[in-house]
Design a protein around this ligand. Structure first.
Ligand code: IPM
Ligand code: MG
Length: 353
C-alpha cells in the first residue's frame, strides 16, 4: 500500500502563496509519479490575517500543526506590519514551539546558474549548513534598563545549554555521515572572543567526534574567516555546523553564492517531531501577484520535505528536474528575468517529473 502524508501549507505573505502553490504543484506531480499520497490543508497565518484579526497566531496553532506529517511554508513578512511582529510571532514561534532545533540549509550551485564567485561552479559550491535553530541570541535573556536616557543599557545574551549544543552536533555528525560526500564536518564559531559559548561548542564537538564519529574529519573555522572561505574556497566545505545567529548570517551569504534567494531552500527540522520547510528568501512584497517571482527555492524546499518524510527517490528526482530547468531553460534566476512566469517554472519542473 502506498504511503499517505498530511501536509499543512502556510502560504503566508507577499509572494509566499505564489511560490508555495508551485511547490505544491511539483509535490503533487512527484506523488503521482512515485506512488504516494499527499493531502494538503491550508492555513492563513500571516500579515493579512493579523491585520484583519489583530491576532498573530492562534493559541492552538502549534498543537494543530503538530497533527500533520510536515509543514510547507511560503514566506512571512508584510510591508504594513512593523518588522519583528510576524517574524517573531509566527516564524520563530513555530520553530520554538515545535522544537525544530535544526535549520538545514544546503548551499548548492545548480548547473547553468550564474554565481558572483568567480571561477567556481557546481563542483565547488555544494555544501550544507546545519544551523542550530532553538537557542543562542534568538532566545537569550535580555531587556532594557533606563530606556530613553543617556545611561540606557540594552542586553541580549547568547545563551546555550549543553543539551541544545549536543543534540545539534549529533544531528550534524549523523547528517555528514549520511551525506557521504567528503565526511568532513566543520564547526563555525568564534572561540577567540566568545570564550564561553564556543568553548562549550568546541568541547562537545571534539568529545563527541572522538567518541562516536572517528570516521568524520573535524575542522574548525572562526565565523569571520568562514565568510572569507565561502567566497575564496567553498570547495573546502562539506557540512558546516554553527549556532543560530552565525547560521542566519552565513546562509544569506551562501544563498548569494548559489545564485540568490530565488533558489535557496531550508528545512526547520525536529528529527523527533514535525518539521517545516521553506524558501529562505522572504516575501518579496513588491512582486506580489505579478507571476514573476522564482519558485525554485520553494520547489527545492518541497524536495527537502520529501527527503525528510522518507520519499528520498522523489526528492532526488525533483532536484534533477530543477537542475535540468536551470541548465537548459531559465535565462536567469532573478524575478522578472527568468524568461518564464512563476507558474510556467512550476510547470516545467512538474512536467520534467
Ligand atoms: C531566516 C530569517 C529569519 C531568521 C527572520 C525572518 C526571523 O532571516 O529564516 O533566516 O532570522 O531566522
Ligand atoms: Mg536569515
Amino acid at each position: 500500500m502506498s504511503k499517505a502524508y498530511n501536509i499543512a501549507v502556510i502560504g503566508g505573505d507577499g509572494t509566499g502563496p505564489e511560490v508555495a502553490a508551485e511547490g505544491v504543484k511539483v509535490l503533487k506531480a512527484a506523488a503521482a509519479k512515485f506512488d504516494f499520497k499527499l493531502d494538503f490543508t491550508d492555513f492563513d497565518y500571516g500579515g493579512d490575517r493579523y491585520i484583519r484579526t489583530n491576532e498573530v497566531l492562534p493559541e492552538s496553532a502549534a498543537s494543530e500543526l503538530e497533527q500533520f506529517d510536515s509543514i510547507f511554508l511560503g514566506a512571512i513578512g508584510h510591508p504594513d506590519v512593523k518588522p519583528g511582529i510576524l517574524e517573531k510571532g509566527i516564524l520563530l514561534k513555530l520553530r520554538f514551539e515545535l522544537d525544530q532545533y535544526i535549520n538545514l540549509r544546503p548551499v548548492k550551485l545548480f548547473p547553468g546558474v550564474e554565481t558572483p564567485v568567480m571561477g567556481k561552479g557546481p563542483e565547488e559550491i555544494d555544501y550544507v549548513v546545519v544551523r542550530e535553530n532553538s537557542g543562542g541570541i534568538y532566545t537569550g535573556t535580555g531587556g532594557f534598563s533606563m530606556k530613553g536616557t543617556e545611561n540606557e543599557v540594552a542586553v541580549q545574551s547568547m545563551v546555550y545549554t549543553y543539551h541544545q549544543v549536543a543534540r545539534c552536533l549529533k544531528y550534524a555528525f549523523e547528517y555528514t555521515r549520511k551525506r557521504g560526500r567528503r565526511n568532513t564536518l566543520g564547526l563555525v564559531g568564534k572561540t577567540n572572543v566568545l570564550t564561553y559559548v564556543f568553548d562549550l561548542w568546541e568541547r562537545v564537538f571534539n568529545e563527541m567526534g572522538e567518541a562516536d564519529y572517528s570516521d568524520i574529519r573535524r575542522d574548525y573555522y572562526h565565523v569571520d574567516a568562514t565568510c572569507m572561505w565561502m567566497i575564496k574556497n567553498p570547495e573546502w566545505f562539506d557540512v558546516l555546523v554553527t549556532g543560530n545567529m552565525f547560521g542566519d548570517i552565513i546562509t544569506d551569504l551562501g544563498a548569494m553564492t548559489q545564485g540568490g534567494m530565488g533558489i535557496a531552500a531550508g528545512g526547520n527540522i525536529n528529527p523527533e517531531g514535525v518539521s517545516m520547510f521553506e524558501p529562505i528568501g522572504g516575501s518579496a512584497p513588491k512582486y506580489t501577484g505579478q507571476n514573476v517571482i522564482n519558485p525554485l527555492a520553494a520547489i527545492c524546499a518541497g524536495a527537502m520535505m520529501l527527503d525528510e518524510l522518507g520519499e528520498t527517490e522523489a526528492a532526488i528526482a525533483i532536484e534533477k528536474c530543477v537542475a535540468d530547468v536551470t541548465a537548459n531553460k531559465l535565462k536567469s534566476l532573478a524575478a522578472g528575468r527568468m524568461g518564464y512566469r512563476t507558474t510556467e517554472v512550476g510547470d516545467l519542473v512538474a512536467e520534467g517529473l
